[in-house]
Design a protein around this ligand. Sequence first.
Ligand code: 0PR
Length: 361
Amino acid sequence: MQKLIEVLNKAKEKDANFNRIFGSMCTVPHEMARKAYEMFIETNLGDYELFKGTKELEEKAIQWIAKLFHAPSSYAGLLTSGGTESNITALWIFKKLSGKNEVVLPKQAHFSFIKASSLLDLKLNVIECKYRMNASDVKKHISSSTSCVVAIAGNTPFGYVDEIEEIAEICSEENIFLHVDAAFGGFIIPFISNKLIDFRAKISSICVDAHKMGMACIPCGFLLLKEKKWLEEIRVRSRCTHTRFQASLLGTRPGAAAAGAYAVMHYLGYKGYETIAKKCMENTAYMIKLLDREGIKYVEPELNLIAIKTKNVGMMVDKLSKLNWYVGADEENGIIRIVIMPHVSKEMINKFVSDLKKVME
Ligand code: 0PR
């Protein structure tokens, strides 16, 4: 056993440390999440009749999210493994409900939609847009084959929010489903902005990841649907599980993820998340000040994400990684992506910008 522990420790030493990570949308999980996760490590929500207590925690965690996003009383929620599973599940349900196979979405949508398209045989009708998708473009792209529109609340390269309220209005008029991908933005936008990204706008579904800005343990995301009955579309008889039916992409599902999310959400409360969100935005503004001082060009941030403009993304990322800094590389947009997650401190920013200046010279 001791030998194996040594092997494990050696492997861990090779992993990057979060105090050098600027390119991730994940962070160090909150202590409360970690504790709850460990307590429920053996539980399986794919067979929740065996784990009724864990199931209750999942339901309470979903209720917490439903309240945050103003879900109507008809809603259903799913705890998922993250944004990819939530996005695939939403598109799966809307394809079945609409009987159509075209999805309208912005160029900046996450690559999980490419996976969804391949799995579900969906045609992606991509809207060209620089930073955010606007409502008038959506209107032009909707047709009689449209199954649903996808709008992003905090997109992957820029952290920008599409014109969700206006897009929702159009989708509602045209009777088309609207899925909102708030995988990243869902745990920050409600705490720092008045933009309506939730069910107060006429959206059909929304996903948010607790393993990103929610500070829960990986894997943990949520998908909310406006109507509980929509889940029937993906419900199957699950022979030999005590639960008898499943309506989720995954079979065996980690109850530990539900316990972790429940615990951290109730420990921090909306107020606690607001404090964290404001701190991340304050640190973002701090980094912008330093970049301005050094004359480094960036895209004006909307959330806690800074896209630094560069002509040679590959070279920059290589040079930074030699200095043990980890950033996101996006050649297509000509940017390196910096995400000011809760683990990022001002001290970390000072050191990073000083090295960034050197590699940009
Ligand atoms: N939707 C959006 C808007 C996202 O940004 C992401 C992931 C997803 C969906 C998919 O979420 P899951 O990866 O949880 O399924 N965005 C990040 C990205 O691909 C994820 C990430 C996380 C990247 C940690 C790097 C990293 O170290 O850029």
